[in-house]
Design a protein. Structure first.
Length: 221
């Protein structure tokens, strides 16, 4: 069954899925690489991926985690630029792949170009809002809100427990904090029974309480 599309109409999504070539990816596999030519678009059918930006000084930023129903790599194809970020599979994933030319042709034929442009603009605004939020918040609330943003569909077991799929270093890359600071904030959340952690993995164990902490602005108490 096709996943619920994120940010595009069901009609456009199903059209693209029908024309795409199925591909299976391993956890940890690079699906798109920053700087490469934008030769194709991927439709994420199952699993989760993370988008990483490497700055000129070598620092790595975690831009987003995406789940099933997402288009990947369409901005570079529509803009005629190279890949702006690296996309890596968090879980084993299945995708549908479309060449850049086929993708653009389908959008023209279905009059969906404006729809995709609006989606791209929404994504840009979301990124700007997240950066503004993280710059203004202290470490505790910053980590709490990051966990909620990063807990995308694909990690929920249906019982209120959500595997974020990321460790302390990667959460720090998302919010501009060191691994040590993130570890301290996660320790406080563990003491509250809100998360559990192990090497390279963070699991939200009490999602309603984490949301309440985010709403209160008191992420570490």
């Amino acid at each position: 069954m096709s996943p619920e599309p994120a940010g595009v109409s069901a009609r456009t999504w199903e059209l693209l899925v029908a024309k795409g070539t199925l591909r299976r990816c391993r956890a940890g596999e690079v699906l798109l690489r920053q700087g490469d030519p934008a030769s194709h678009v991927l439709l994420l059918m199952s699993g989760r991926v993370k988008a990483l930006l490497t700055l000129p000084d070598g620092e790595v930023l975690l831009l987003a985690v995406r789940g099933p129903g997402e288009l990947l790599g369409e901005v570079g194809v529509l803009g005629g630029d190279g890949r702006s970020a690296t996309v890596v599979a968090i879980d084993p994933c299945t995708v549908r792949s479309l060449s850049a030319k086929r993708f653009r042709d389908l959008l023209r034929e279905s009059n969906a170009e404006e729809e995709l442009l609006r989606r791209a603009m929404r994504r840009l605004r979301e990124g700007e809002e997240w950066r503004a939020e993280t710059a203004a918040l202290p470490a505790g609330p910053r980590v709490v809100r990051a966990l909620l943003r990063l807990a995308v569909p694909g990690g929920d077991d249906g019982g209120g427990t959500v595997d974020v799929g990321l460790g302390q270093t990667q959460i720090g890359q998302a919010v501009g904090l060191s691994r040590g600071v993130v570890a301290g904030e996660l320790a406080r959340l563990r003491a509250l029974g809100v998360v559990s952690t192990e090497r390279g993995r963070t699991v939200i164990t009490d999602l309603p309480r984490l949301r309440a902490l985010a709403a209160s602005g008191r992420g570490s108490v």
